[in-house]
Design a protein around this ligand. Structure first.
Ligand code: SF4
Length: 251
């Protein structure tokens, strides 16, 4: 897309200005078209990628799983990588972890379609093994491009691998969750992956739900600030009650 896109945009601009359309209107339209072209190129690159062994393991990874949702959203969620269900469906966070995440989003008055949800890795590692830092770096270029295009006002990082993409020095999500970090001017909130919450039992489960919910609420408020009439936010205990069915099934 290197040479032909600027040429195409220039030709269209000349034509529209010659026809008497206002320059700011034309500029706005062409900027929007340019962004679409970048998204289209990015998705093509992801879908065709063979840069690392994850993409070649056709048993574990049957398709690439790019980000999904509102490309203009102020709120971006970043997870680790697709699991078995996400690989089958082709959309991030659509298994049981995604169900828990979606319940929580609904409680914030958000739909999945209103926010941008993605993963560091776009292919499923065999046996859902944790990728090493080099593998994260190899696939991370796609996430960097998504960040540049979405320009979120806040990022919620779900799990250790996600936060390590932004801050490789982080060793444990437990030590850092709930604390705002700064990534090139973008506020980043680290929290548990919903799979971690689902694995807990008893008092650990109640604690994990409260902490996770608190982190989600903080990130939500930071992303929307004054841009949105924020719906009344339920307390963590309310979330815990509503999620008990899901977590019990998982245990
Ligand atoms: S995991 Fe990322 S870098 Fe590796 S093949 Fe898939 S898309 Fe490409």
């Amino acid at each position: 897309m290197s040479g032909w896109l600027p040429e195409l945009l220039e030709t269209m601009e000349k034509r529209m200005l010659a026809d008497g359309y206002r320059s700011p209107d034309v500029q706005g339209a062409l900027k929007s078209i340019k962004k679409e072209a970048y998204w289209s190129a990015l998705y093509r690159q992801i879908l065709a990628c063979q840069k690392c062994p994850f993409g070649q393991d056709r048993k574990a990874s049957t398709q690439r799983v790019p980000g999904t949702g509102n490309r203009e959203s102020p709120f971006m969620l970043v997870g680790e990588g697709p699991g078995f269900d996400e690989d089958r469906i082709g959309v991030p966070f659509t298994g049981i972890s995604g169900a828990l995440l979606t319940v929580a989003l609904h409680k914030l008055g958000l739909t999945r379609q209103e926010i941008y949800i993605t993963n560091v890795l776009k292919c499923r590692p065999a046996n859902n093994r944790t990728p090493d830092p080099e593998e994260v770096k190899t696939c991370g270029g796609f996430l960097a491009a998504e960040l540049k295009l979405v320009k979120p006002k806040a990022i919620l990082c779900l799990g250790r691998v996600a936060i390590q993409y932004f801050f490789p020095e982080v060793k444990s999500i437990k030590q850092i969750r709930g604390q705002w970090l700064d990534y090139g001017g973008i506020p980043v909130m680290p929290t548990y992956h919903p799979a971690y919450v689902l694995r807990q039992t008893g008092v650990d489960l109640e604690m994990a739900k409260r902490q996770w919910w608190s982190d989600l609420v903080q990130a939500y408020k930071r992303a929307y600030q004054q841009d949105r009439e924020t719906a009344p936010i339920p307390e963590a205990a309310g979330l815990a009650e509503n999620l008990n069915g899901n977590t019990n099934q998982e245990q």
